[in-house]
Design a protein around this ligand. Structure first.
Ligand SMILES: [Zn+2]
Length: 111
């Protein structure tokens, strides 16, 4: 399952249904309301050189961020470090965990 496939027709495909990434129960185990969350996680590595270069341009232009953005040759400040992971999370679980904990759990599961 990837984000583009999942939303291609506006809904989750039957083949992509899996248990809640946090509690392991069915994503609709709570019954009503019949909502669940689809969460995408993607790790990026910051490009320190590009960030410093852009910050230097901003400083040179007197902290004129909008002008620096137009003039900057830098388009991206990071690179994707790992592929996107799509998770399904039941409605109750986001109140029991943080995104950081969820990311850690997924990383541990994949190694
Ligand atoms: Zn859950």
């Amino acid at each position: 399952m990837n984000g583009a496939d999942r939303t291609a027709k506006g809904g989750l495909r039957l083949d992509d249904v899996k248990p809640c990434a946090v509690c392991g129960e069915g994503i609709l185990h709570g019954g009503v309301p019949v909502f669940f969350r689809a969460v995408g996680l993607e790790y990026h590595v910051a490009n320190a050189q590009a960030i410093q270069q852009h910050a230097g341009l901003e400083q040179m232009l007197g902290e004129a961020a909008p002008l620096a953005r137009i003039l900057s040759p830098i388009d991206t400040i990071s690179a994707v470090a790992s592929r996107q992971v799509d998770l399904l999370v039941c409605l109750d679980c986001p109140t029991r965990t943080t995104v950081a904990e969820l990311a850690e759990e997924v990383a541990n599961r994949e190694t």
